[in-house]
Every structure is written in C-alpha cells, then in structure tokens.
Design a protein around this ligand. Sequence first.
Ligand code: 4AD
Ligand code: MG
Length: 481
Amino acid sequence: MTKRTKIEALLKSSQANIDVTVKGWVRTKRGNKNVNFIALNDGSTINNLQVVADPNIISEEIIKQVTTGACIAVHGKLVESQGAGQKYEVNAESIEIYGTADPEKFPLQPKKHSMEFLREIAHLRPRTNTFGAVFRIRHAMAFAVHNFFNEKGFCYFHTPIITGSDAEGAGEMFRVTTLDAKNPPLNADGSINYKEDFFEKETNLTVSGQLEGELAAMALSDIYTFGPTFRAENSNTTRHLAEFWMIEPEMAFYDLKDNMDLAEEFLKYLIKYALDHCADDLAFLEQRLIEEEKNKPNTEKSEMTLTEKLRFVSENDFERVTYTEAIDILRNSNPNKKKKFQYIVEGWGTDLQSEHERYLVEKHFKKPVILTNYPKDIKSFYMRMDEDGKTVAAMDILFPGIGEIVGGSQREERLDVLVARMDEMGVPKEEMDWYLDTRRYGTAPHSGFGLGFERLIIFVTGMANIRDVIPFPRTPGNAEF
Ligand code: 4AD
Ligand code: MG
C-alpha cells in the first residue's frame, strides 16, 4: 500500500512543493465545473486538509464519488495555499476511492447534530469534530497518567477485573457467572449453589482495584492501577457510568497530607499536559462552548472560558477543609437558610449531596476543594480512624462543574482497629483474610486514592455529559454496540 503522510504532519511541514499521499475521510466537497475543494480529515488532527481537484486532471467519474463520508487516497503536490484559512493545500494528481458513502443514506450531514443522536451511531461518532477532539484528548490524558507515575518511579500494577471481593462494601456489583440463569443448581435450602459455578464461588466485576493494589504497595512501595471499573448503581446522571475507568495509586509511607499533595500535583500535571499538548482540540472545544453559551441566560453563563478554567485550576492551590468545617459553611449558607437546597444540611454526620459539593466549590471557595476527615459512618471500612474516634482520614477532591473527582484516604494499618471496624460495618472477615494478612506481616502506614478518568475528561473537554467522553458508554438500560 502506498505510504501516506498524516495530515497533522503535513500541516506542520517545513517545506512545500513535495509529492505527498494523504488518506482520509471526506468532510465536505464544494466547487464548480472548473475546480473542486475537498476537506479531508484523517483523525490525526482536528484540522482538515484542503485538496484541490481540477476536473481536467481528476475524472468526473471519480469526483462524483467524493462525497461526505467517503474514504479516499490522494496523491499530489503539497503547495502553499492561495486561499485564507490554511497554510498548505494539496493539488490532486490522482484520487483513489477506498469506500463510497451514499449521500442519500449517510447519516452525518455537515451541520450540528445532537449528542443524543450521535450516541446512536457509534461508528460515525468519532468522525465528528467534537468526538475526534474528545478522543484525542482522552488518549493524551491516558498517556499523561502513565508518564506522571513512570517519572515518579511508580509501578503500573494490574489488578483483576473479575473478583471475589467487594472492595467498597457498597454491594453495587455485576455478577459474573456461567450458570444457567433459567435452571441454576440449588442448595438444599433453595439458594444458588455457586460451588458449581465456573470459579466455584460467587464472583463479580470489580468496583475498585484498591484492595489488591494495597497488597502490591506493601512490597513495591509505590504502585498505581488504571483499568475498567464497574458499578451497578442505578444512577442515571451526567456523572455516572456503569463501566468507567479509574486510576488508583497506592503508596507506602504516605499519610493523608502526602496523599493530598500527590493527588493535587497529579491533577495539575494532567490539566497542564492537556493545555501544552492538545491546544488545537481545546481551541475547538472552547469555541463550541462559547457558541453553546450564547443561547443561555446571562446568569448561567460561565465566568471563564474552557482554557481559562483549566489554567486557573492548574495554577492555583486547592482549598483544604475538613468535613466539619464544610458542614458549618453549608449550614450557614444562603441556599440552606432559604431552603433552596433539595437536601437541607441540618446536622453533623450526614453525607454531602452533589448540590452541597458544588456550592462549596463553585459559590463559596470558587476553586477546587479537598474535603477531609469525614465521619466514619459514611466512609469505607479501610479508612484510618482519627484520634477523635469519630472521623476517618478520608479525602475527596471536588471540582467545579463536576463535584467529586477523586476519592481516597490514609488506610487503617492497625490490625486490631481494622478488624473492629470490619465487625462494626458487617464486612466479612473470613473472605478478606488475604487482605488482613498485609496488616499481620510487616504492616506499614500507607495511603491512596482513586481518580475517575471520565470525570477528568469531562472537566478537561468541557463536555456536559459523561456519556460523551467514553467511546461506548454503559448506563442503566444502555449497552449498545
Ligand atoms: O470514591 P470512589 O468510590 O473510591 C474508590 O473506589 C476507592 N477504592 C479509591 C481509592 O481510594 N483507591 O471512586 C473514586 C472515583 C470517584 O471520585 C469518581 O471520580 C469515580 O471514581 N467514580 C465514577 N466515575 C464514573 N461513574 C461512576 N459510577 C463512578 N463512581 C466513582
Ligand atoms: Mg467516593
């Protein structure tokens, strides 16, 4: 196959008047009987390459097949463009048609489509400017995650997707089984006999790699996981997926403050990386948001553009406050006093709703907030008990427009305290013996956190719905493709 040059490289070329072959998908074709202009995109950049097709050189038969969505190869000369809008264009000497796209049937038209419509045509979704930009940024962020930890000497550790434990104890798991759903083997008492199942026990898709990650941190010191995570919670929101990706670092010899410092540095690094490496895609997404905001009432318009917001977060310190301080702020807040919150904040000990988190971040502090030391009763069993016996060394990072983006804690490394907590919370110790062993043999103070990858991508791209930052979203009632 003739070797092609990617459009991203061509548009950055330092010389013109060279022979090139480009391959890609036609975005638009316009022109007249004297000349045709084809906008070609190959996904390497948001920018299209203009191909000029002269009917004296390219036959009418070929030109007819060059329609929106068709895939073509163009051989020609890269020249400096006469027209405005691009530095270079290609004068076609020959065009090969790889795949036509019947204009009568092609579902993508050169106009704005709704996000809902595009979700239904997953094979064409990546060919739009918006999703091209989102998926290139998603890639850049995944790469930056590995870069960050690799530079710090962390070990990328693979935790299982099929698991026999419920890490968060929240019970929102998808069962994995090969038993016949219509006719499962039963025990004498009528319950399902999982001894006859594939793994000879109940298994599920993982909700977190943390517990397995802790085992690794107790040997390799600094590790991180980065993989798919599954939650069967029936939350039909713009912030929840049933299948999402999570990054979970786990560090030996880190206390809660070290943990917060790392998480803040990590988030700032990722956002700065996007600003430095995804400028064209961010510029497109920023413009898209500006257009969208034009239809909004003034009170709902954001104060910052997308890149201003990213710069602001990457350059300013996050606010660190305890849960107890946050409850005081919320109790005395206007929306609480005027009963504007859906859930009124009354006393210490209640869990925060996303309206409360967003008030703290967007109205009160106007910057990212790290909330620490939550009441033990609303957090997981593995979090380290504070001196007061009432709170635990937890930390959640709250972002503007998102709410919780990171959840983490210092871990309870004292065997007796951990066991007491498990008993108190009804966590089955027998099944967790492998985990408790870390506390029996060479236990160490340690900490970790989880970053929801898609929530990060929402923040960086400014997309409104988490379904639109993952190629194939899984949500209640949706598992297409
Ligand atoms: O707060 P979570 O549940 O924490 C854990 O799973 C810990 N084991 C992490 C750790 O300490 N190693 O989840 C962590 C993050 C959340 O802050 C959120 O960003 C994201 O994962 N998340 C979701 N993202 C999309 N859809 C969902 N259903 C999510 N649930 C959590
Ligand atoms: Mg959480």
